[in-house]
Design a protein around this ligand. Sequence first.
Ligand code: APR
Length: 225
Amino acid sequence: MVFTGAGISAESGIKTFRDSGGQWDEYDLNNVATPEAWERNPILVLDFYNARRKQVMKAKPNSAHKALVELEQKFNVQIITQNVDDLHERAGSKNVLHLHGEIMKAQSTADPSLVHTLQNSSLLHGDKCKNGSQLRPHIVWFGELVPNMELAYLLVENADILIVTGTSLNVYPAAGLLEYAPKKSAKYIIDPNDVSLVIEEGFTYIKKNAGNGLPELCQKLLNEK
Ligand code: APR
């Protein structure tokens, strides 16, 4: 089980949220990432995600994303990501569960189960679903329920090995997932900055960028198996 956050895509050129110079330094999340923001100013919200989508389309999977694909040679790898980019999928990972949505998709404002994949970077005011309702980004905004949470708990409860990388563990309920890890599972966290919370909870802390630390850890696990 691999739990990833914005830091795994940092070396692909996608900004994290809470590091200095991160996305929430530049934008007030209340203006672009809440249902209220959408009510107030949908064009601003669409512009924000259109710019993010453009960045994601330019970005390429890095050595960390690729290492997780290699790990599938010998392990049943399940990725749970808070990221809305598609870099795990483009690297070739088979099992990816997105907790906070997917930026390359749009959903109907009238029926969230009506989801479709975007072919280009722009989602515009006036773009409608097949039933005639405005489309919005397929993103779980602050204040919204996380539909994949129950499934994520189940997956974590069954993990033999847990790897966490690139997340500051600030956003709940996603950050609470780690409490569901079996006591006997091997636990690793890879982050260049201190994530003190989990070090206390039996994690082996690898203080490195995902781009170096994850390929090294994956190689070690493959060699041991
Ligand atoms: N390799 C690994 N980790 C890194 C790297 C790197 N190269 N660069 C930075 N990091 C770490 C930071 O030290 C930090 O712990 O990645 C983490 C990024 O944290 P956040 O910016 O808070 O991102 P994340 O935890 O994914 O945010 C959770 O918040 O705004 C929402 O919905 C958004 O999914 C996102 C959620």
